[in-house]
Design a protein around this ligand. Sequence first.
Ligand SMILES: *Cc1c(COP(=O)(O)O)cnc(C)c1O
Length: 385
Amino acid sequence: MKLETKLVQSGNRRDPQTGAVVLPIYHSTTYSHPALGTSTGFDYSRLDNPTRRALEETVASLEGGATGLAFASGMAAIACICQLFKPGDHIISSDDLYGGTYRLFEQVVKPYGVDFTFVDTREQSAIAEAIRPETKAIFIETPSNPTMKICDIQACVALAKKHGILVIVDNTFLTPYFQRPLELGADLVIHSGTKYLGGHNDVLSGILVAKDEELGKSLQFYQNSQGAVLGPQDSWLMLRGLKTLALRMEAHETNTRRVAEWLQDHPIIKKVYYPGLKDHPGRAIQEKQSTGYGGMISFDVENAELVPHILKELKVITFAESLGGVESLMTYPAVQTHADIPKEIRDAIGVTDTLLRFSVGIEHIEDILSDLDQAFNKAKGSVKR
Ligand SMILES: *Cc1c(COP(=O)(O)O)cnc(C)c1O
């Protein structure tokens, strides 16, 4: 079945008793046992819930994995993965990781004795050099957040396989509609389902998909033991959002390509980061491993003084954290999403005081461009005065 069909049909027609086309929300936390030693397959909702299971099976199928798990947030999904590692283990990760993931690794997991090395994952040689005998995993984001660096997933997998290392990909930015890392050999995929998968800025969630059933089982054990599961109402909202993922991703990308071209020609813009641009250094790899470029774009304005004015003047676009919803959101990574990364590191990886990140929504492109134009012009006027 094609992805678009899987998306539309997600969770449908699972209730033979009523024939309900759309999956019911099973709020029940507990399930009656037909007899001693038997079960309907559901016992207690932390372990398994019919609405959550429908979502978990859907995402597993979309990503091409054996097991899908749904969590209360993206961070809960990543924290669950961290349970696979023990004191003395070592993880290699991207140096411009999502700020919350960096904070979890550095401030929460590291004190338990797991070591991390952050490298520029565009460079396979940098990853290779960081490998130690105790290295257990490579955790990457591609495109990275917010500077859209592209990591070659297949090259990473080839390197990791030689050393018996897991490859974990945060696929939040592209979703399985544009990129399926498990099909490229990765072992685990995680998502902040809060972003494109949910798609409407109304549900916080995390998704984890394991290619291999055995690895999936051990993660399921940690999910149940720790209990940061996604509730049934939120699981249903996720299924509802997924039905239109294909349409949304196409619309996000069409708009973003227009925004990228428009920004490139604008006099106050110094640099545009979008893997769909012809001169993006990772474009060839991006085209090898994905079928699209996504809806996330970042850009540097000519000076940091403009930033507060631009953010204040935006009218259609909302100045807010997060991304991936139908509405356009603009973020200032240095003080919002990436504030927990020290300034020297931020500057070195390009998360500068002039960088804005734009999650392009699916509003009419003319309204998006004219909003940017008026905000830039007013900001320019205010700074001159
Ligand atoms: C938002 C985000 C996360 C964290 O997910 P939450 O749902 O906010 O916990 C992780 N990775 C990326 C790339 C994100 O954008």
